[in-house]
Design a protein around this ligand. Structure first.
Ligand code: SF4
Length: 458
């Protein structure tokens, strides 16, 4: 173990409240080029600032790109007492390196990791074993109130942080998790848009509820609670007014789905009608195909530029059963037909799902291309709170421990995964598609080969 990352016994942690929050944007998505703010970190910032805690000083590092040495130097110059990293798949390796360098410089700083990749299972990947020794706590689940409680603590020794709900801490031998924190009431969390903390322009990030009623095992939301508390129309309308003053082009709805929480949808519809926010703006949202109803279609009709993603993952129910999901063909076809009449639609499938195979995947690919919709194909990733901890041993997952992309698994050899990547690259280059780090994007075919809703019914 390098000396820098060795855990030092009983280091006294600082009690000051100069806080650095660090987040980094992913590589711009060729299919969604608009600026989208680092919403998670802005939510934490809003909660901290609204608390008006004595002695609090918050600095946000809102990074587009960074080298570890430069970022470490900038943080050492600022000399914060608390450093919170917002960790996603793309930023985790960089932040792990910076955390180790900061600890080597001064182990008394209080180092926190939050965000979807801040999970014990991720730190247990061999490349990150040394990082476990330098992080004081992982904020597991939503971060606003947990972060505020941790910053409020006068003493930040292991026995003190063990009193805070929603954290995991490494003691040099094992992880210790405290009680789960229930999902917050979004009406009580301050909005970073209303507080004018978000840079202007681009797309606003809109959230009307948290959690998901489903448990798809490849998805990090599959372990969250079923959503109960939703944002009120009044709260949403205030946020729309604030987004309007920041000159956003529209909004990205980050809910599990537009149609997965009827109370949240009612409130969103009310706020949208009251403010007319979407009349000439874009709304990007996911919908769950089996649950489309007339009110959702009427809502989309009133949006200036609606873009809808349908997370199908595979057309094969046996494949979907392996990841705790299902699909009803006749309803899917008629719902896609309805949606394509009012919105631009993209079907989303996954390449490399355990229990799928190259042959079945190709069938899903060609069937998806027969719809008058764009297509997004994702390389299956073994996410820390999803497949990494939920896949049964027979799935035989073999994945890159840094990028988390699947290399082989039940139904797929390494060669087959590689060949399918080459196939998708070639299809993207030949069909005006685009290749991203983790996905391939194809525009809607001008002349779909078949009209699936007719051919299947025949
Ligand atoms: S894939 Fe969609 S429906 Fe399934 S758990 Fe994730 S958010 Fe919920």
């Amino acid at each position: 173990m390098p000396e820098s990352a060795a855990r030092q016994p009983a280091v006294q942690k600082r009690s000051g409240r100069t806080v650095a929050l660090v987040a980094m944007y992913p590589t711009p998505d060729p299919a969604m080029p608009e600026f989208i703010s680092n919403h998670g970190v802005r939510m934490v910032e809003a909660t901290l600032r609204a608390s008006e805690l004595d002695g609090l000083d918050v600095v946000v590092f809102d990074l587009h790109d960074a080298a570890s040495d430069e970022l470490t130097e900038a943080l050492i110059d600022l000399n914060p007492d608390v450093v919170g990293f917002s960790c996603y798949l793309w930023s985790f390796p960089l932040f792990a390196e910076v955390a180790e360098q900061l600890y080597a410089d001064d182990p008394s700083r209080f180092i926190l990791f939050g965000g979807p990749s801040a999970q014990p299972s991720m730190l247990d990947q061999p490349p990150f074993h040394t990082t476990r020794n330098v992080i004081d706590a992982l904020i597991v689940g939503e971060g606003e109130l947990t972060f505020l409680e941790l910053v409020t603590l006068q003493n930040r020794q292991p026995q003190d942080i063990a009193t805070v709900r929603g954290i995991a801490a490494w003691d040099g031998q094992a992880w210790h998790q405290t009680k789960k924190r229930p999902l917050a009431d979004l009406n009580e969390l301050p909005s970073p848009y209303v507080m004018q903390l978000v840079p202007p322009g681009g797309l606003g990030v809109l959230q009307t509820y948290r959690g998901c009623p489903y448990t798809c095992s490849f998805c990090e939301w599959g372990t969250m609670e079923s959503p109960k508390r939703v944002r009120s129309a009044d709260h949403l309308a205030l946020e729309f007014d604030a987004m309007d003053s920041l000159g956003v082009d529209g909004a990205l709805l980050v809910d599990a789905g537009l149609n997965l929480n009827s109370k949240a949808f009612e409130q969103l519809d009310l706020a949208a009608q009251r403010t007319d926010f979407f009349r000439n703006r874009k709304l990007i949202s996911e919908v769950y195909p089996a649950k489309i109803q007339d009110p959702h279609i009427r809502f989309l009709e009133r949006i200036g530029n609606p873009l809808v993603g349908i997370g199908l993952q595979s057309f094969d129910n046996d494949v979907l059963a392996n990841v705790e999901r299902s699909f009803e063909e006749s309803r899917f076809i008629s719902n896609v037909q309805q949606l394509t009449e009012v919105a631009r639609v993209a079907i989303e499938i996954i390449m490399g799902l355990p229990g799928d195979s190259p042959e079945q995947f190709r069938e899903s690919y060609y069937r998806a291309r027969s719809f008058p919709c764009a297509l997004r194909v994702y390389h299956c990733c073994v996410l820390p709170s999803a497949l990494m901890v939920r896949s049964p041993p027979e799935h035989a997952l073999n994945y890159d421990p840094v990028s988390l992309k699947i290399r082989s698994c039940l139904g797929w050899s390494e060669d087959e995964v590689r060949r399918e990547c080459e196939f998708l690259n070639a299809e993207a280059h030949g069909n005006t598609g685009q290749v991203g780090d983790y996905f391939w994007v194809f525009s809607a075919p001008k002349n779909p080969a078949i009209q699936p809703w007719r051919s299947t019914a025949a």
